[in-house]
Ligand binder design. Structure first.
Ligand code: IPM
Ligand code: MG
Length: 368
């Protein structure tokens, strides 16, 4: 094994392969330009892996997931995936990867780039200075709680069950992550729950407050109910810095918050596991947009969510913060030239496809 950091690409389904092709080009360029000690390889996953190997997560992929420093993930889901047998689907589920690698901390930065103000559904004055992180607990709560399932009751009626459950340990580890993150930013954290109705929400609030009092009194902590938070995100998103919340609420609020960034297609994410004894942690980076099968294979998808996810990987896992900043500058510069994929189109914009946007970022890297 060399000392180089190992990056594994998983393109997945839907628009995953086409956006990841652009990420690949960008990373290859950065590695060449800056002589970064990074080795990349691709791993098969999902429907494509099933077709070729009869498994959605072939052994080589499972091994790569375990050993990678950073996993760059495209997207999964859509008709190809749905057509797989149930067992294959269960095995190759993104939620399974999150659980298996214990990726409990999901960061979704929301930045309103001035160039995209017109693409946003929100007013210009509301967007000024918007720069916050939705920190979503990713390995617990309603997504994984037991009991779960669909059962048939004696009278013939059916009942669907999911369980919203959090332990104090699960709450504290994501809250600790949030407070530490807040310390690296403006020192403010807003914790979002439904403590007025749910016991799990009440515990959430108590544990966050207790950890704050014990170890993070220097961070400014506020609590907000999730329904109010949904409104505040569209009313005044500039008020947030680190927004800490659970798995389900984080899923919903991050889609709403995407509008401040102009489009869901712009949002990157990082999913991190606990720090291991050697200081490293499992890390998976993926655009928030998902597979979008309706536009797959048509060179329409916005690759910037995936490209900005690479920037997060460079900063958080690959020890290349300057390269990350250079890439983010290049994305802003590319947008400033007026190129627009469909999802961020505005009057006077220059229409480009997935590849064209990748080209624009590569060009902008020259001056960034
Ligand atoms: C997300 C997605 C996923 C989620 C889906 C694809 C399972 O919506 O990452 O936000 O609900 O977590
Ligand atoms: Mg979602």
């Amino acid at each position: 094994m060399s000392n180089a950091r190992q990056v594994v690409f998983i393109a997945g389904e839907g628009i995953g392969p086409e956006v990841m092709a652009e990420v690949r080009r960008v990373l290859d360029r950065l590695v060449a330009d800056e002589r970064l000690a990074i080795e990349t390889r691709e791993a098969l996953y999902g429907a494509e892996a099933w077709r070729r190997t009869g498994r959605t997560v072939p052994e080589a992929t499972a091994a790569a997931l375990e050993s990678a420093d950073a996993i760059l993930f495209g997207a999964t889901g859509g008709p190809d995936y749905d057509a797989l047998p149930a067992e294959a689907r269960r095995q190759g589920n993104l939620l399974r990867i999150r659980k298996r690698l214990d990726l409990f901390a999901n960061l979704r930065p929301i930045v309103a780039l001035p160039a995209l103000a017109e693409a946003s559904s929100l007013k210009n004055r509301v967007l000024a200075g918007v720069d916050f992180i939705v920190l979503r607990e990713l390995s617990g709560g309603l997504y994984f709680g037991e009991p779960r399932g669909i059962e048939t009751l004696p009278g013939g009626e059916r009942r669907g069950v999911n369980t919203h459950v959090y332990t104090s340990g699960e709450i504290r580890r994501i809250a600790r992550f949030g407070f530490e993150l807040a310390r690296t930013r403006s020192g403010r954290l807003c914790s979002v729950d439904k403590a007025n109705v749910m016991e799990a929400g009440q515990l959430w609030r108590e544990e966050v407050a207790a950890l704050h009092a014990a170890e993070f009194a220097d961070v400014e902590l506020t609590h907000m109910l999730v329904d109010n938070c949904a409104m505040q995100i569209v009313r005044a998103p500039g008020q947030f810095d680190v927004l800490l919340t659970d798995n389900m609420f984080g899923d919903i609020l991050s889609d709403a918050a995407a509008m401040a960034a102009g489009s869901l297609g712009m949002l990157p994410s990082a999913s991190l596991g606990p720090r291991r004894a050697d200081g490293r942690r499992a890390a998976l980076y993926e655009p928030v947009h998902g597979a979008a099968p309706d536009i797959a294979g048509r060179d329409i998808a916005n690759p910037l969510g995936a490209i900005l996810s690479l920037a997060l990987a460079l900063r958080l896992t690959l020890d290349a913060p300057d390269t990350a900043a250079r890439l983010e500058r290049a994305v802003a510069a590319a947008l400033a030239t007026g190129v627009r994929t469909r999802d961020i189109m505005q009057q006077g914009g220059t229409p480009v496809g997935t590849r064209g946007m990748g080209d624009a970022v590569l060009r902008a890297l020259e001056g960034a």
